[in-house]
Design a protein around this ligand. Structure first.
Ligand code: ADP
Length: 752
């Protein structure tokens, strides 16, 4: 019985591991499945081992003993095969980092491998069945020998060598370095097989197999370890998805801002035209809705920046009273005709100049004040600003109180969670996204401040924010304010501005907004053209430079401009890349200033006031050229229509005939050069640039009513995107013929 000592102790700890393993909660993975079978099989092998030893010693001549010994060898080999498959799985590249059975798209591949293993198993077992086995049993010693034993131990040895080789070859795919001690122990299996095959009376193999099974549990298969590992995988997947979401949101915001630029710009321009009162009201609604949309886009951008830890606090010196004035005037405008009393109390000890993030502080105040106005139907909204001054730090205690609908006590905890809105049935008409307070809280925390809420449902709420700002011992006149709160255009006659943007509509919008300043405006659509203008000696007083342009970005263009000797024209970044912190980024890149699209008239005004001089001179009221166009238009619009050009729709898009004419003139001026560039890119087989140019031709044609040309250019753009050179070659002539037709019509229209 002493020869069964190893087996009995092994069976004891295998049972122990089995109990722990099967009672623990596990994730469903391929390796878990195999490991489950390994435990069960270790148990069976140990039982068979003990039975065969027992029978071998007690009844060596019984007919049952030899088959039992063969079955034992077979068990050992099945165990080794299972472990081989297990090692294959954990070291496989296809399984790396993705171990969940439900998500693993390589399941089919692993199934195929499983069948291969089953086939090898069947062949080995057939060998065991067929080959003769000899049994030696004498006085408490029992062992097997002969071809079947040699074959079995040989196969087991080869498979264990395979384990070691697989692990060494795939060492990079093995997820966790702490597995290595376990793997080294696997090598012991080889030693055990060698000992047992050389000294058959030492029965080691089954015990070593049991030991490996138990050790594997403690090092690799412990469900707790696997759960943590799985959590880490899920965490990094979630982080990756979150990053993708942030990237998506910022690119979406860019995409949304560009058309918004056109909507806001043209609407603002239209509101100042002589239009009927009804139309003016409608235009005002368009502007209000666009501004709302802009606020939503900005909110989403802010929250995604906050989540990606990319929102930075930018501290500057600022005029504290101006900040209060700006906030109050904005809230007063929002109160408009609402029957609400707006109570304001600002501590007179408020230092005139503070150092902190002026833009974010303003955003915090506006957010809570806007909420107070939004959720209060009658009564009052009050703003109280108190200060506590200690050394050079001023603690601002900003309290906003209202007599509005209040917040239920159970909702207060959820107040700062994004997209949380309450009382939706009551607030059905109140606009909002549920982002405002989430952003506010994050901003307050980023500024190391605190925000607290007190509210009584049905009676009102009070939001109190406390934020420390450094006191700057200066007077308000000494700090330059960021935003001049006036949007009154001024006369800048005699000065010249260059606008660089690859999008023609954006150019038109900017040009339209600059019309009121009496400045001369030049428009170009690429960084290269901008450089050409400067190299040709053109002088400008200011350049607005879009950043995201194909071929040469605005930032690259600026670098080239700065290399031109004597270049000292101020350059303002004009971009839809309007994430907070962008202004500072562009200034650090060498731009003099930054103007976000959609262009805000106040900000444009402030920039123009900074870089242009007010002039007393005026432009002659009607220029000779304009007379020519106006005269021409009287009858020629019909001429365009007769030639299939949809002038009416274009005028609707662009505002008025004058705008249409100036856009047309700009287009006509560059038409031939653009067609030549299209041709060059086609000849050079440069599909990328060809596509960019036909895309631009399509947009221009659409805006100017050249429907047929727009359609053809669109088809070429699509072909370019799909790499369909055949289509481009086959249909190129058609495109050029239509372009030539338009060119001839325009030539006549221009009176040339
Ligand atoms: P939004 O106002 O865009 O819905 P917020 O994050 O600013 O989002 O506010 C979240 C919710 O908190 C609001 O939908 C509203 O139900 C509630 N809330 C915020 N401020 C007030 C307030 N002053 N009075 C009553 N309810 C408020």
């Amino acid at each position: 019985m002493s020869s069964l000592f190893f087996q009995i102790s092994s069976i004891f700890y295998v049972i122990l591991v089995a109990i722990i393993y099967f009672t623990k909660k596990k994730i469903k993975t391929i390796e878990n499945n195999i490991y489950k079978n390994i435990i069960l099989w270790t148990f069976v092998t140990l039982l068979i081992d003990m039975a065969s030893v027992y029978f071998g010693i007690k009844f060596p001549n019984y007919a049952i003993t030899l088959p039992l010994c063969k079955f034992y060898l077979s068990c050992i080999l099945i165990w080794v095969m299972l472990f081989t498959y297990y090692i294959f799985i954990i070291s496989s590249r296809k399984n790396n980092g993705n171990i969940n059975i439900e998500q693993n798209e390589n399941i089919a591949y692993f199934k195929k491998i499983k069948y291969i293993f089953i086939m090898i198993g069947i062949i080995i077992n057939l060998g065991i069945l067929i080959l003769p086995l000899n049994l030696y049993s004498d006085n408490g010693i029992m062992y097997t020998y002969g071809p079947c034993a040699i074959f079995s131990y040989g196969c087991a040895g080869i498979l264990v060598i395979y384990w070691i080789v697989t692990i060494l070859f795939n060492r990079r795919n093995i997820r966790n370095k702490k597995y290595w001690p376990a793997f080294i122990f696997f090598a012991l299996a080889l030693v055990a097989i060698f000992i047992q095959s050389t000294y058959p009376n030492i029965l080691l193999v089954t015990s070593v197999a049991a030991y490996i099974t138990v050790l594997t549990y403690f090092t690799i298969e412990n469900p707790d370890i696997k759960m943590i590992e799985q959590l880490n995988v899920a965490k990094s997947q979630a982080e990756r998805a979150n990053r993708a979401k942030t990237d998506f949101l910022s690119s979406m915001s860019h995409e949304i801002r560009t058309p918004l630029n056109a909507i806001v710009g043209f609407s603002q321009a239209l509101a100042e035209e002589e239009i009927s009162n009804e139309a003016r009201e409608e235009v005002k609604d368009i502007i209000a809705s666009s501004n709302n949309l802009l606020e939503i886009v900005n909110g989403i951008l802010d929250i995604s920046k906050i989540e990606a830890n990319k929102l930075e606090i930018v501290n500057t010196e600022y005029d504290s009273n101006q900040l209060m004035r700006e906030v109050i005037s904005l809230i007063k405008a929002r109160l408009a005709s609402r029957p609400l009393e707006f109570r304001i109390e600002i501590d007179p000890t408020l230092p005139p100049v503070l150092y902190g993030d002026y833009v974010r502080l303003k955003q915090i105040m506006i957010n809570i004040l806007t909420n107070a106005v939004k959720y209060t139907k009658e009564g009052y909204v009050s703003l109280t600003v108190n200060t506590v001054i200690r050394d050079d730090i001023c603690r601002l205690i900003i309290a906003v109180e209202d007599s509005g609908i209040g917040i239920k006590s159970e909702d207060i905890d959820k107040l700062f969670t994004k997209f949380q809105r309450f009382e939706l049935e009551k607030n059905i008409t109140t606009e909002g996204t549920g982002l405002g307070l989430a952003i506010t809280k994050s901003l307050v925390e980023l500024m190391k401040g605190k925000i607290i809420v007190q509210s009584k449902y049905g009676e009102g709420s009070k939001f109190t924010v406390s934020i420390d700002q450094r006191i700057v011992p200066k007077s308000a006149d000494e700090v330059k304010s960021d935003i001049t709160p006036s949007n009154e255009p001024f006369n800048a006659y005699g000065q010249k501005i260059l606008i660089v943007d690859d999008n023609n509509v954006n150019l038109k919008v900017a040009k339209r907004l600059l019309k009121d300043y009496n400045v001369e405006v030049d428009l170009v659509t690429s960084g290269q053209e901008c450089l050409d203008k400067i190299l040709n000696g053109e002088h400008y007083d200011l350049i607005f430079l879009d950043d995201m342009m194909p071929r040469m970005t605005g930032t690259e263009t600026l670098r080239h401009l700065n290399n031109i000797i004597g270049f000292n024209i101020p350059v303002v970044a004009l971009t839809a890349n309007a994430i907070s912190g962008m202004r500072e980024r562009y200034i650090s890149l060498g731009f003099n200033d930054y103007l976000a699209k959609p262009i805000n008239k106040e900000q444009l005004n402030s920039i123009l006031r900074n870089y242009l001089k007010e002039s007393q001179e005026h432009a002659p009221t009607v220029t000779a050229k304009k007379i020519k166009i106006d005269n021409a238009n009287n009858h020629n619009v019909k001429f365009l229509e007769e030639n299939d050009i949809d002038v009416k729709q274009s005028i609707e898009l662009l505002g008025d005939l004058e705008m249409y004419d100036s856009t047309l003139e700009e287009f006509y001026k560059n038409f031939v050069a653009n067609l030549e560039r299209i041709n060059t890119y086609k000849e050079k087989n440069d599909l990328n640039n060809y596509t960019i140019l036909v895309h631009s031709l399509k947009s221009d044609s659409k805006y100017l009513g050249f429907k047929a040309l727009a359609d053809l250019a669109y088809k070429h753009e699509m072909a370019g995107k799909n790499n369909n050179r055949e289509f481009i070659n086959d249909n190129y002539n058609e495109l050029i013929q239509e372009a030539a037709r338009i060119y001839n019509i325009l030539k006549k229209y221009m009176g040339e």
